[in-house]
Ligand binder design. Structure first.
Ligand SMILES: NC(=O)c1ccc[n+]([C@@H]2O[C@H](COP(=O)([O-])OP(=O)(O)OC[C@H]3O[C@@H](n4cnc5c(N)ncnc54)[C@H](OP(=O)(O)O)[C@@H]3O)[C@@H](O)[C@H]2O)c1
Length: 251
């Protein structure tokens, strides 16, 4: 599978890129970033770096290039860790809502429509999957009043709603929509997947090790959830079956 990775220079994106490089079913990773990737990635045979400064726009020249690559899915880890990552609420909304929806729109119309639903899944994936790294407590209802993290949860919810709308109105090819969106809602993302403290934290509060989250994002872009109506994965679902290994932990 050929995938597009947005946010590869960040904490979650870099782990996702590392895992994609080791993954046998991922043939090539196209990284769309505003800054250059470290040399170990930019010179890697499985990576093509595309520097793109303004994620609110997708010029024809870029879309032509992406379309020629026959990309089959996208993992979107672009954003900010918290509201504090941005200058103000307006910037947080631009990056958190406008950017993923614009991208989903561009990819649904220009990349997903190029895929062939009749090709065997081992040759080419269909539909195009857009895996959006959302966040714990994302609230799609913009009128609901929330006691905690009102702005960040509504920003994530508005983005989810926007990318799901793109999926629901995407072109149907041979009776099946060409674009599918899946939202992952991790709580706090931690380092050190196998550390006892990480496993114990995952058991009691909404949080997840970055390696488990990246593994989940890759699984979703490759296979989807398996059910068209299931398109949100809560933190506990992102932990995945490996996490059950905690039952065999001895302390
Ligand atoms: N970390 C957590 O605990 C956590 C928990 C739940 C959800 N999430 C969500 O996961 C996503 C990624 O988080 P992270 O922890 O990996 O964040 P991060 O380390 O700050 O990485 C953010 C990524 O987004 C890119 N980016 C940010 N603003 C941009 C802009 N204006 N234009 C282009 N690229 C931009 C950054 O590119 P540059 O390197 O060029 O700045 C970087 O690649 C975010 O949406 C976040 O809300 C994170």
């Amino acid at each position: 599978m050929k995938i597009l990775l947005c946010g590869a220079t960040g904490f979650i994106g870099a782990e996702t890129l590392d895992q994609c490089l080791k993954h046998n079913y991922i043939q090539h990773i196209y990284c769309l970033t505003r800054h250059e990737l470290p040399t170990k990635y930019s010179t890697h045979a499985k990576v093509t770096q595309l520097v793109h400064e303004d994620f609110s726009q997708y010029p024809e020249s870029l879309l032509d290039k992406l379309s020629a690559y026959k990309i089959e899915g996208c993992i979107w880890c672009l954003g900010g860790r918290s509201m504090a990552s941005f200058k103000n609420k307006e910037e947080a909304e631009t990056v958190g809502i406008h950017y993923p929806i614009q991208a989903a729109n561009a990819f649904a119309t220009r990349l997903a429509t190029k895929l062939d639903p009749d090709k065997p899944p081992m040759k080419q994936k269909y539909p195009f999957r857009f895996v959006f790294v959302s966040g714990w407590g994302a609230e799609q209802d913009q009128f609901r009043s929330l006691w905690m993290w009102n702005d960040s949860r509504k920003i994530k919810g508005a983005a989810e709603k926007g990318v799901f709308d793109v999926a629901d109105t995407s072109e149907e090819i041979k009776g099946k929509r060409c674009f599918e969106a899946i939202a992952l809602r991790p709580g706090t993302v931690l380092t050190g997947g196998d550390a006892t403290t990480t496993l114990l934290s995952e058991a009691v509060v909404p949080c997840i090790a970055v390696d488990r989250l990246a593994k989940c994002a890759i699984k979703m872009v490759l296979e989807g959830t398996g059910y068209p109506e299931k398109r949100v994965l809560e933190n506990g679902e992102c932990l995945g079956p490996d996490w059950a290994m905690i039952n065999s932990l001895r302390v």
